[in-house]
Design a protein around this ligand. Structure first.
Ligand SMILES: *Cc1c(COP(=O)(O)O)cnc(C)c1O
Length: 352
C-alpha cells in the first residue's frame, strides 16, 4: 500500500476528482433535478435521458461473480485502451519515467506511451516468442514504472510462460500489467487467481474478443483496491455509457454463449492449422492459445494484397521486425475459413 503510493505521480495523490451530481444520492426513486437532464425522455424509444452510474455497480457485481474477484478490485474502461492510458497517466512522469514492452506485441502500449511522452524500453521476445527474463530484469531501473506483458500475446498468438511472468512479478517493484485480452481461449493460463499475491499486478481483460462485444467498448482491469481507486479518481466521470452498461450486463448473463463461441473457435482453429500446413505458400503456422494464427508465408506482402483484392482481409505483420513474412489471421466461421483457404489455393495455382 505504502509502496504503491510511492509509485504514483505525486500530483495524482493530491488531485481532487470531479464530483458528479449523482455522487450525492444513492437510489433510484427521487425527484432528480440535479444534472440538467431532459425529464421528458429520449429521442429514442429506449430511455437514455439519465446519466449512467459512474461506477457501474450492476455490471461490476456480475463480473465479480463470474471472475471471483471482489468488486473493489475491478475497474471498467471504455475499452482496455482506456485503462492502459490511465495507468500511464497515473504512474509515469512525462519525459522522465519509462515502461518496458516486449516486442512483437500489442501496438497500443507504445502509442499510449508516446501520447503521454513516456519513454519505452524494448526487450524483444526470444525466438519462441517467450520472455527474455534476464534481459527484462537488466532493463529495469529506478525510472521503470510499468512493465507490459501480453499473454496470450498479440500478434504472435501464444501465451507467455507462467513461471517467467511470476519471476518478473516477484522481481519488479513497479506495476506489471498482464494483458489477458485473449484469456478466454486459454482460461487455465490466467494470472487473475494470483491477484491477492501481487499488489503491483494489473490484469487486463475485455469483452471485445470471446464475448463478442467489441462494438460496445468495455475493458476490465483487475488490481489492488488502491490502484482501482486511483483509476476511478482520474477517469472521465461517465466513461462507460448507459447503453454499454446495459448491453454488457445482458452479455454477462449469457456466459454459455461465450463458452460456445470459444469451443467453436478451438474446433475451427485446429482445422484451420491443419489445412494451412498443407499449403505450399505457408511456411509456418505458429502455436496459438488465442483466436488467431500468426502465419509465415512466402511473399507475404503479395499474398496480403492478393487477399485484400479478393476481399479477404487479414492483418499484414510482415513489416514488424520479429514477424518477417507473417500475416495474422483471425479464426473465422467455417464458411469464412473455407473462403480463405480457397483463395490461398487459387493463389498457389495462379501465375505469380
Ligand atoms: C484486442 C486487444 C485488446 C482489447 O482492446 P479493447 O480496447 O478492450 O477492445 C487489448 N489488448 C490486446 C493485446 C488486444 O489484442
Amino acid at each position: 500500500m505504502q509502496e504503491l503510493e510511492k509509485l504514483l505521480r505525486p500530483h495524482i495523490l493530491q488531485l481532487k476528482p470531479y464530483t458528479s451530481a449523482r455522487d450525492e444520492y444513492e437510489g433510484n426513486e427521487a425527484v432528480f433535478l440535479d444534472a440538467n437532464e431532459n425529464p421528458f425522455g429520449s429521442a429514442t424509444k429506449a430511455a437514455f435521458n439519465r446519466y449512467p452510474d459512474p461506477y457501474q455497480k450492476n455490471v461490476k457485481q456480475k463480473i465479480a461473480t463470474i471472475k471471483n474477484v471482489p468488486k473493489e478490485q475491478i475497474f471498467l474502461g471504455n475499452g482496455s485502451d482506456e485503462a492502459i492510458d490511465l495507468l500511464f497517466r497515473a504512474f509515469c512522469k512525462p519525459e522522465q519515467e519509462q515502461a518496458i514492452i516486449t516486442p512483437p506485441t500489442y501496438g497500443m502500449y507504445e502509442v499510449s506511451a508516446a501520447l503521454n511522452q513516456v519513454n519505452i524500453v524494448k526487450v524483444p521476445l526470444d525466438e519462441n516468442y517467450q520472455l527474455n527474463v534476464a534481459g527484462i530484469q537488466a532493463a529495469m531501473s529506478e525510472k521503470t514504472k510499468l512493465l507490459f506483458l501480453c499473454s496470450p500475446n498479440n500478434p504472435t498468438g501464444n501465451a507467455l510462460k507462467r513461471e517467467d511472468m511470476i519471476t518478473l512479478l516477484k522481481s519488479f517493484n513497479g506495476i506489471t500489467i498482464i494483458d489477458e485480452a485473449y484469456i478466454d481461449y486459454c482460461p487455465e493460463k490466467s494470472l487473475l487467481p494470483l491477484l491477492a499475491e501481487f499488489p503491483g499486478m494489473v490484469v487486463i481483460q475485455t469483452l471485445s474478443k470471446a464475448w463478442g462485444m467489441a462494438a460496445i467498448r468495455l475493458g476490465m482491469a483487475f488490481a489492488h483496491p488502491f490502484i482501482i481507486r486511483i483509476l476511478n479518481k482520474i477517469k472521465p466521470p461517465y466513461n462507460i455509457s448507459g447503453a454499454t452498461q446495459e448491453l454488457a450486463w445482458e452479455a454477462l448473463q449469457n456466459e454459455d454463449k461465450k463458452n460456445a463461441a470459444v469451443a467453436a473457435t478451438w474446433q475451427e482453429r485446429t482445422k484451420l492449422i491443419a489445412a494451412l500446413q498443407q499449403l505450399d505458400v505457408v511456411e509456418k503456422v505458429f502455436p496459438s492459445d488465442s483466436n488467431f494464427l500468426l502465419v509465415q508465408v512466402k511473399k507475404a506482402q503479395e499474398v496480403f494484397e492478393y487477399l485484400l483484392q479478393e476481399k479477404v482481409i487479414v492483418r499484414n505483420r510482415a513489416s514488424v521486425p520479429e514477424c518477417a513474412g507473417c500475416l495474422r489471421i483471425t479464426v473465422g466461421t467455417p464458411e469464412e475459413n473455407r473462403i480463405l483457404l480457397e483463395k490461398l489455393k487459387k493463389w498457389e495455382s495462379g501465375p505469380k
